[in-house]
Design a protein around this ligand. Structure first.
Ligand code: NAD
Length: 497
């Protein structure tokens, strides 16, 4: 099955059949590919080639560069079903979400194509007669991209589409758990390059199949001016100081601990649907998964009983066979979830769900029923991100308290409030409300659109990707002063003769 998907997308079989590193699907634990992990020398050679590709690509006019991204978007449209299914095979998310990820890639390509005609600068008034002052944006260089298993393709595309139109080359180190989707994306981009012609240099985009050592090699290399890294806060803590030590730039998209404040005036039917999608979707393995439900004490019992009912109807199973919740990525994720639930029980919390499912049918995979954990107050366990479907439920009495509980975690990615009270809604999105990069009203915390900037504050790393003015991160800024007079006046009125 995976072989035929790869073949249809034009990936050379030698890349995913012959290696010594096994790629395992979380669906049933079987081996779906064998890739070769690259060593430090191979990474070094790729960085050199990426530098050469950059030197050529930056000369191509930006709207022409946009044409390559347009062709890539066409490839994605053509292969959406295959790539979406491959995302499911490798990451275990349900097919609908796999297809959604590919649609996000298509959307960012569309956005980047338009942006390729809008890489604008500024004009600034000069104090000197006969002078023009302006600010220009120029391509940056090879961009190092490090990505996580749970969104194996979309975050790469958010970066890649914009970085390419901005005139940069790409070096992508995907998660070692999801190399096949990366090889497929590379093949589709290669097809687009062939259709585009000679202006696109060889090695404009390269994939580095490797584990964290390969990522570290990118992180430390001064020829890579920008590292965009998606993954755990642990990873970001290691990457950020190393990039800073060589004065490189980084975009960090790290862990989240996303909350919803559920107020007495909320439309509970809507809220329960939003909770379900955002707390159990992708088996709780989204960076934007709803992990904390901060609910007004007057409606807590009703909400919990509605949620229990909704949770009972969740179809858990093979993500390619119409389930709503697929497997956890691996045994370590399962153990981490069980450990967190055990700790919660020991602390006196009430735990519903969380048991292993389908162990007979899939002894080598890890399906679980999503858990709801009632706690009295926010403690260190609730403050940490366990990458699994655990929803902590915390009561509050007034909005100030709810916001203070909400913000009292190290992470700051996504957040939301459900309310029909305009004062509560506007307070939540004001300067004294949510401290997250994303704050929504009457929408769950996950499922962002491409047009907005995506990312978060605090331990989430501060990076932004995707829409708004994020394209500027992939360019260097230059201030230009042009003297078109025949005098040489100095600024600040300085006389030097
Ligand atoms: P991870 O941190 O284990 O790995 C992410 C990537 O970093 C992998 O490619 C890995 O090989 C690489 N890596 C790890 N240590 C490194 C190092 N020291 N130097 C260089 N590279 C290194 O994360 P994961 O388990 O794949 O993904 C889950 C995590 O990612 C969760 O915490 C989730 O919240 C987060 N995430 C965040 C976003 C976001 O946009 N904020 C999106 C997706 C996932």
């Amino acid at each position: 099955m995976v072989d035929s998907i790869m073949l249809r997308m034009g990936v050379a079989p030698s890349l995913y059949r012959d290696g010594n590193y096994k790629v395992v699907t979380p669906i049933d634990g079987s081996v779906i590919g064998r890739v070769t992990l690259e060593n430090a020398d191979a990474v070094e050679a790729r960085i050199t080639k990426a530098r050469q590709a950059f030197e050529q690509w930056r000369r191509v006019p930006a709207p022409r560069r946009g044409e390559l991204v347009r062709l890539f978007g066409e490839q994605l449209r053509q292969h959406k079903e295959d790539l979406g299914a491959l995302v499911s095979w490798e990451s275990g998310k349900i097919l609908q979400e796999g297809l959604g990820e590919v649609q996000e890639m298509i959307d960012i390509c569309d956005l980047a194509v338009g942006q390729s005609r809008q890489l604008y600068g500024l004009t600034i008034a000069s104090e000197r007669p006969g002078h023009h002052m302006r600010e220009s944006r120029h391509p940056l260089g090879p961009i190092g991209l490090i990505t996580a298993f749970n969104f194996p393709v979309a975050p790469w595309a958010w970066n890649a589409a914009l970085a390419l139109v901005c005139g940069n080359s790409l070096l992508w180190k995907p998660s070692e758990k999801t190399p096949l989707t990366a090889l497929a994306c590379q093949a589709l981009l290669d097809h687009a390059s062939e259709a585009f012609g000679d202006e696109a240099p060889a090695d404009l985009s390269q994939v580095i199949i490797g584990a964290r050592e390969a990522g570290e090699r990118l992180v430390d290399d001064p020829r890579i001016p920008l590292i965009s890294a998606t993954g755990s806060t642990r990873m970001g803590r290691e990457v950020a100081p190393r990039v800073a030590a060589r004065f490189g730039r980084s975009i960090l998209e790290l862990g989240g601990n996303n909350g919803m404040i559920l107020t007495p005036s909320a439309d509970l039917d809507m809220a329960v649907r939003a909770i379900l999608f955002s707390a159990v979707g992708t088996a709780g393995q989204r960076c934007t998964t709803l992990r904390r439900l901060i609910v007004h004490e007057s409606i807590k019992d009703e909400v919990l009983s509605r949620l229990e009912k909704a949770y009972q109807g969740i179809r858990i199973g093979n993500p390619l066979e119409g389930s709503l919740v697929g497997p956890l990525i691996d045994r370590a994720a399962f153990d981490a979830m069980q450990g967190a639930l055990e700790q919660a029980r020991q602390q006196g919390a009430k735990v519903r769900g969380g048991e292993r499912q389908l162990a007979d049918r899939y002894p080598d995979a890890h399906y679980v029923s999503p858990a709801i954990v009632e706690v009295d107050a926010q403690n260190d366990l609730v403050r940490s991100e366990t990458f699994a479907p655990i929803l902590y439920v915390l009561p509050y009495r007034d909005l100030d308290e709810a916001i203070s509980i909400h913000n009292d975690v190290p992470q700051g990615l996504s957040s939301c409030i459900f309310t029909t009270d305009v004062r509560e809604a506007e307070t939540f999105v004001s300067s004294v409300g949510s401290d997250c990069g994303i704050a929504n009203v009457n929408i769950g915390p996950s499922g962002a659109e491409i047009g907005g900037a995506f990312g978060g504050e605090k331990d989430t790393g501060g990076g932004r990707e995707s829409g708004s003015d994020v394209w500027k991160s992939y360019m260097r800024r230059q201030t230009n002063t042009v003297n078109y007079s025949s005098e040489l006046p100095l600024a600040q009125g300085i006389k030097f003769d």
